[in-house]
Design a protein around this ligand. Structure first.
Ligand code: GDP
Ligand code: GDP
Length: 457
C-alpha cells in the first residue's frame, strides 16, 4: 500500500549520497572501497543479521547449519555459474562469501527462479572492465538502481569512503528535503505531517558524521523511520480492551460510527459485528441512518449476513431514538457491544453535524469512530478534521487500505486529529478488517521484503 512512498524514501537517501559524493569529489576527498553496498530497505534486518553473522564468524563456520547447504535452492546453479561469476567470487573477500551464502539461506523461501534471475541479471550487467567505474555510472543512471540490487538486498560496487570524514550540513539536505516534502504532499500526505516528517529528518541528519557511503543510507533510513514512527504512533486503547472494561461494569460498549456516505461505513459495521461475534461477544446494530433511502435495508442486510440483531425504526424517524433503543436492548439482554450506524450526507452539512451531536448526546457512546476511505487521501483527512471539530471523535477506521496505493491518509489522519487509527479495512469481505498496529505500518513502509516484491512486480 505504500509503493510510491517507499520509492520516495529510498530516493532521498540516494540523493543525499549523490550530493555528498559530488562535493567530496570536488574536494578530492573520495576513495573507492570494496564491499557490498546496502540497499535502503535492507536496513530493516541489518542489525539482527550482523549479530548472526558475527556468531557465524566467531565459530569459524562457513555455513550456519550443514544441512542447509543441501536445501539451498540455487544448488544447481553452482554448476552453471558463468565464468564471470567465478572471477567475481574469487575477487570477493572471504568474509563477503560467508555473508552471501548466509543471505541465500535466509532467502530460501523465495521462489528459486526469481532469485536466480536477479543474480544473472546482475552478472550480465557487470562486465569486468566496467566494475571499477561502477559507482560513478550508478549515480548517473538513477533509473537502473533497482536492478543493481540483488535478491539478497545488497548491491555490488558503488561503495566508497571519504578520505576525511564528512559532516552532514543543512546545505546538503535542504533541497533534498524540500523535494521530499513536495513529493509527500503529492502523495496525499497532509501538510502538517509532511512538514513534521521533514523537520524531524533534518534535525536527525544534520551534524551526522559520515565515513562511508553505507553510513548515508543507514542514517537516512533511520532518520525517516523515526520520523514516520513519531507521526503514526498515536496512543489509544484497543476496542477489545474497552469492551472488557465495560463488561466488568455490566455495561455494553457503545460505539457510534460517523462519516460520509460511500466510505464503507455500513460494511465496516458488518465487519466489526462479525469480528466481535467470532471473539465470543454478542453485538447489536442500531440503524440510525434513518435519512437516506435504502440505508436501513443496507445495514439490515449486513446484520442478517453476519447474524446479529438490528434495532430499527421507520425511515425518517429520530436517529437518536434508534440508538437509545439499541443501547437499552443491549443492557436488557446482556449484550456487550452496540454498533450505531449514522447518516452521512456531506460533512459540510450543518444539519448532519447537529444530528450527530444529538445522537451522541442521547446514546452517550463510549467511542465515536470516524470511518474514512483511504483512497480519497486528503479528503478523508479533511473530513476527519471536520467531524472531530464538530463532535470530538475518539478514533478512526480507514477503509479500502487494500486498494490505496498512496498511503497518504493512513500516514496523516491520526496525527492531524491526534486520535488513533483503530482498524484498517482491507477488502470487501466480512473478514477483511484488521486491528491497526503502528509497528505493522512501519514495517510495511520500511521493510525490505516489500521492496523485493515490488522489484519483481
Ligand atoms: P457506506 O455508504 O459508507 O455505508 O458504504 P458501504 O459500506 O456501502 O461501502 C461502499 C463500498 O465500499 C462497497 O462496495 C463496499 O464493499 C466497499 N468497501 C467497504 N470497505 C472496503 C474495504 O476495506 N476494501 C474495499 N476494497 N472495499 C470496501
Ligand atoms: P432534544 O430533541 O434536542 O430535546 O433532545 P433530547 O436529548 O431531549 O432527546 C433526544 C431524542 O432522543 C428524543 O427526541 C427522543 O426521541 C430520544 N429519546 C430520549 N429519551 C428516550 C427514551 O427514553 N426512549 C427512546 N426510545 N428515545 C428517547
Amino acid at each position: 500500500m505504500f509503493e510510491s512512498l517507499k520509492k520516495k524514501f529510498s530516493r532521498t537517501s540516494e540523493k543525499l549520497e549523490e550530493e555528498l559524493i559530488e562535493e567530496a569529489e570536488a574536494e578530492d576527498n573520495l576513495q573507492e572501497e570494496s564491499g557490498s553496498r546496502f540497499s535502503f530497505f535492507s536496513f530493516g534486518r541489518k542489525k539482527d543479521e550482523k549479530k548472526e553473522e558475527e556468531v557465524v564468524e566467531e565459530e569459524e563456520n562457513l555455513l550456519p547449519e550443514a544441512e542447509e547447504i543441501e536445501e539451498v535452492p540455487e544448488a544447481e546453479e553452482v554448476e552453471e555459474i558463468p565464468e564471470a561469476e567465478d572471477e567475481e567470487i574469487e575477487e570477493e573477500s572471504k568474509e563477503e562469501k560467508k555473508s552471501r551464502f548466509w543471505h541465500r539461506n535466509k532467502n530460501k523461501d523465495e521462489p528459486a527462479e526469481e532469485a536466480e534471475e536477479a543474480e544473472d541479471e546482475e552478472i550480465e550487467e557487470e562486465p569486468k572492465e566496467e566494475k571499477k567505474s561502477h559507482f560513478w555510472s550508478r549515480n548517473k543512471d538513477k533509473d537502473e538502481d533497482a536492478e543493481d540490487v540483488s535478491a539478497d538486498g545488497e548491491a555490488k560496487g558503488g561503495i566508497f569512503s571519504f578520505v576525511r570524514e564528512k559532516t552532514i550540513q543543512e546545505k546538503h539536505v535542504e533541497d533534498i528535503l524540500f523535494e521530499l516534502e513536495m513529493e509527500l504532499l503529492q502523495g496525499d500526505v497532509a501538510m502538517e505531517v509532511a512538514t513534521e516528517v521533514v523537520e524531524n529528518v533534518k534535525e536527525n541528519l544534520v551534524g551526522k558524521k559520515i565515513k562511508r557511503s553505507n553510513d548515508i543510507t543507514e542514517y537516512t533510513y533511520y532518520a525517516l523511520k523515526d520520523a514516520v514512527e513519531e507521526i503514526i504512533s498515536i496512543p489509544g486503547k484497543s476496542m477489545t480492551e474497552m469492551i472488557e472494561e465495560k463488561k466488568a461494569q455490566g455495561e455494553p460498549l457503545v460505539v457510534m460510527f460517523v462519516g460520509i456516505n460511500g466510505t464503507g461505513k455500513t460494511t465496516t459495521i458488518g465487519k466489526l459485528a462479525n469480528y466481535y461475534l467470532k471473539k465470543g461477544y454478542t453485538p447489536v446494530i442500531a440503524a440510525s441512518d434513518t435519512f437516506r433511502a435504502g440505508a436501513i435495508e443496507q445495514v439490515t442486510y449486513h446484520a442478517d449476513n453476519v447474524g446479529v440483531k438490528i434495532i430499527k425504526h421507520q425511515k425518517g424517524s429520530d436517529p437518536a431514538a434508534v440508538a437509545y433503543d439499541a443501547v437499552e436492548h443491549a443492557r436488557a439482554q446482556g449484550k456487550e457491544l452496540v454498533l450505531i450506524d449514522t447518516a452521512g450526507r456531506m460533512q459540510t452539512n450543518t444539519n448532519l453535524m447537529d444530528e450527530m451531536k444529538k445522537i451522541k448526546r442521547v446514546s452517550n457512546p463510549d467511542l465515536v469512530i470516524f470511518v474514512g476511505d483511504a483512497i480519497t487521501g486528503n479528503d478523508a483527512t479533511e473530513q476527519a478534521r471536520k467531524f472531530n471539530d464538530a463532535i470530538d471523535i475518539d478514533g478512526v477506521i480507514l477503509t479500502k487500505a487494500d486498494a490505496d496505493s498512496k498511503g497518504g491518509a493512513s500516514l496523516s489522519i491520526g496525527y492531524v486529529i491526534q486520535k488513533p487509527i483503530m482498524f484498517l479495512g482491507v477488502g470487501q469481505g466480512y473478514d477483511d478488517i484488521m486491528e491497526y498496529d503502528p509497528e505493522w505500518m512501519l514495517n510495511q513502509l520500511f521493510s525490505e521484503d516489500e521492496e523485493i516484491v515490488e522489484n519483481e512486480a
